[in-house]
Design a protein around this ligand. Structure first.
Ligand SMILES: Cc1cc2nc3c(=O)[nH]c(=O)nc-3n(C[C@H](O)[C@H](O)[C@H](O)COP(=O)(O)OP(=O)(O)OC[C@H]3O[C@@H](n4cnc5c(N)ncnc54)[C@H](O)[C@@H]3O)c2cc1C
Length: 412
């Protein structure tokens, strides 16, 4: 079996970004995934300033402002965009082809490692071998092992793309979260409206549960969406597209291991927002630089994988993950009024802080200072919840991460 330099598993945005970046550095790269053309059915959005500069034009729609509604209305002058999946996928496939990437129809079943590299066996029969393997097969990763504790929480949503009249929203604003509507049905979980106008006069409107454990069901979300659109006075002529969102969030961050995890498979889903695509696009060159540098220097595959994990997850990023998990656990338990008050306080912070938090651009030290400011600015009911969380499991996990960072082991 021929030994490639790198084998990338998966055909999602993370896999193609990684494969094209590795191949552009002169490595022999294979991509293995289900047979058939590359197709990304989910709708991906991102802050424009998070996207790599050369990909910022590959968007289907963009809005100069984003709005969050709690008890107050917050308008953020930060450009938000819906990616043009087909254009982005085509460009990444073209870049792969231009650098001779080998496409393989095969889904990874398992892997065997030795000093020279890794052999991956495909479920369909056959397999491939490479000095390093990058698993970008999504959250339920094919090869990357992760501790199944703690349980993930879930972002779920039901969205419609509609042709309609009477939509009481502005086409130049993306409604990131509107928590204004209180729900008094069987499920106590608060949900919000995520909505924006699309080219051609269409609208996208989605009822979203930011993060809950257990997940808010599709039935609840769909019922609320119908009711909400009714109350908004929309006259819907046609529902053009239905979307169902199911994103596992939190869970454990994978430990460094021989197979390199990337994208959702590598723990890159932001625990507080559920986003990962812009992050994977931005991190692909970092991964590629590390792997090509290591292989070029003749380092052992095991060391190349360890170096890649370290560059993708430096100690400070692992610590931030602990802080995000605490934030996620707090949000997962909040009621509607607390959630509104929380986001009012959050979006009143200086833009560099709220946007830095959402885009993982703050150091852990700045993030902790920001969290302290948020605590001070929050009303008593939110402060009580944050305080109770600090004393409970999420707080203990965060404290463990902090102590670990300081090199202190807890006893017992
Ligand atoms: C409906 C929806 C909307 C979302 N919206 C956003 C958003 O707006 N912004 C954002 O940043 N994130 C969003 N997310 C979250 C997240 O970013 C996506 O889940 C994203 O698709 C993750 O990209 P990925 O390439 O890491 O994994 P995936 O897109 O899950 O790709 C995994 C790939 O691996 C392949 N595969 C699976 N098993 C194997 C195997 N054994 N061997 C080989 N290949 C395999 C799959 O076929 C697929 O090609 C959304 C998620 C969903 C579900």
């Amino acid at each position: 079996m021929r030994m490639l330099d790198a084998l990338v598993l998966g055909k999602g945005p993370a896999a193609l970004a990684a494969a094209s970046a590795l191949a552009a550095r002169g490595l022999q790269v294979g991509v293995a995934g289900p047979a058939g053309p590359v197709h990304w059915p989910a709708r991906y959005a991102a802050w424009v300033d998070e996207l790599p500069a050369d990909l910022r034009t590959l968007v289907h729609a963009r809005w100069p402002r984003a709005v969050v509604v709690g008890r107050k209305r917050h308008v953020m002058d930060r450009e938000y965009a819906l990616l043009d999946n087909a254009a982005l996928a085509d460009l990444l496939v073209e870049r792969c082809d231009a650098h001779g990437v080998e496409w393989m129809a095969g889904t990874a079943a398992d892997a065997a490692h030795d000093a020279h590299g890794t052999r991956v066996r495909f479920r369909e029969g056959g397999g491939a071998a490479a000095r390093v393997v990058i698993d970008a097969t999504g959250w339920d990763a094919a090869l990357v092992r992760r501790d199944r504790r703690p349980d993930a929480a879930f972002q779920t949503a039901v969205g419609w793309t509609v042709e309609a009249d009477g939509v009481p929203l502005r086409p130049d604003e993306a409604v990131l979260m509107d928590w204004g509507r209180e729900w008094r049905d069987a499920d106590p979980a608060p949900t919000f409206l995520y909505a924006f106008g699309l080219p051609g006069g269409r609208w996208f409107l989605e009822e979203t549960a930011l993060v809950r454990r257990p997940a808010v069901s599709d039935d609840t979300l769909e019922r609320r969406l119908r009711r909400r659109l009714d109350e908004m006075g929309l006259r819907i002529h046609r529902v053009v597209h239905h979307e169902r969102v199911w994103i596992p969030m939190g869970g454990a961050l994978p430990a460094p291991q021989r197979v390199i995890g990337f994208g959702a498979a590598g723990g890159m889903i932001h625990p507080a927002t559920g986003y990962s695509v812009a992050r994977a696009l931005g991190a692909a060159p970092v991964l590629a630089e590390s792997v090509s540098g290591g292989l070029g220097a003749g380092r052992a595959p095991e060391q190349v994988a360890a170096d890649a994990w370290a560059v993708l997850w430096p100690a400070d990023a692992r610590l931030r993950w602990g802080l995000y998990r605490y934030g996620m656990e707090m949000l997962a338990g909040m009621e509607a009024a607390e959630t509104r008050a929380f986001f009012d306080a959050f979006f009143t912070l200086p833009p560099a802080e709220w946007s830095g938090y959402l885009s993982d651009r703050l150091s852990s030290a700045r993030m902790m200072a920001m969290m302290a400011r948020l605590y001070a600015a929050a009303p008593p009911e939110v402060r009580n919840r944050l305080h109770a969380g600090l004393m409970g499991g999420p707080g203990r996990a965060m404290a463990g991460a902090l102590l670990g960072r300081l090199g202190i082991r807890r006893q017992g």
